[in-house]
Design a protein around this ligand. Structure first.
Ligand SMILES: [Mg+2]
Length: 282
């Protein structure tokens, strides 16, 4: 646990969230591009799996961190494989990261503006949404494709800001890509969190100097722990007030008032309110 990774939700109005590796399990994408596509490419071209992996590695490397990397139309042309059809065929494998959907539900109920910001192609987003109904939780959803720059390019952020008004000082952005996070940091977004475990089947990744969380579910747990600690402090303060009041009553003039009535009068309303506040949806 790293206390610096906890979010000060009072200072956040807008939450920008990445999709793959932040909300949805990157295990699917890693399997799709690392196993399924090479298998289908090998079969379609009559080559061995090893040859297929070798050719694809080169093709992937050539367009890494560009819009083409994320563009399924590009890969459909380049590989002569129907990538959208493959995505549909394998849709049952798409799923949320542990606790991510509950995190979205709670965040939705908190009243903050929720914005999905993904490099995924709009077609990919639409297909995945058919499977997991992700977009229902958001006020707005943006694919970087129409912005003509992926999130890891400086040009993306002012273009997003031109479409989606947000205060950099009061915005939280969560992503699993350090390049993307660095770009968001350079743009001035104040609250950043890196996801340490974007793929549930892989070891945790390094998150450099970014405040990190294993996954978004952790923020709920931490918030709940902080609220519980706050409620505990309030309960102890209330108990101290009661003890102090009893001592004062005991050492001063006798009161005919029943103890329970004195307790109600002595505990300040705001302390009591904090002590009994239900778990807020944050
Ligand atoms: Mg991602």
């Amino acid at each position: 646990m790293n206390a610096s990774s906890a979010v000060d939700w009072e200072g956040v109005d807008t939450v920008l969230l990445d999709m793959d590796g932040t909300l949805l399990d990157l295990r699917f994408d890693n399997w799709f591009w690392g196993t399924l596509v090479p298998d289908r490419y090998a079969a379609a071209n009559g080559i061995s799996e090893a040859q297929s992996h070798e050719r694809l590695a080169l093709k992937f490397k050539n367009v890494a961190h560009t819009l083409q990397w994320y563009c399924i139309d590009y890969w459909t042309r380049e590989l002569q494989l129907d990538i959208p059809a493959l995505k549909r065929e394998t849709l049952p494998r798409v799923g949320f990261l542990p606790g991510a959907e509950m995190f979205l539900r709670k965040l939705r109920a908190s009243g903050k503006r929720l914005v999905l910001v993904t490099n995924s192609h709009p077609t990919t987003l639409a297909i995945k949404d058919e499977g997991v109904r992700l977009t229902q939780y958001f006020d707005a959803c943006y694919s970087s494709q129409p912005f003509d720059a992926p999130k890891e390019h400086a040009a993306f952020w002012p273009r997003l800001a031109a479409r989606e008004e947000f205060s950099t000082q009061r915005t939280l952005f969560i992503d699993d890509s350090l390049r993307v996070l660095q770009c968001a940091r350079d743009y001035g977004i104040a609250h950043l969190r890196a996801v340490r475990r974007p793929d549930s089947g892989a070891p945790p990744q390094s998150t450099a100097d970014f405040a990190a969380i294993d996954g978004v579910a952790e923020l709920r747990q931490r918030d709940a722990a902080r609220r519980n600690a706050r409620a505990g402090r309030a309960r102890r303060a209330a108990a101290d007030h009661r003890r102090g009041a009893r001592r004062r009553i005991g050492s001063g003039r006798r009161s005919a008032r029943p103890r329970s009535a004195g307790r109600r009068e002595i505990v300040p309303d705001e302390v009591r309110a904090r002590a009994i506040r239900p778990e807020a949806a944050r």
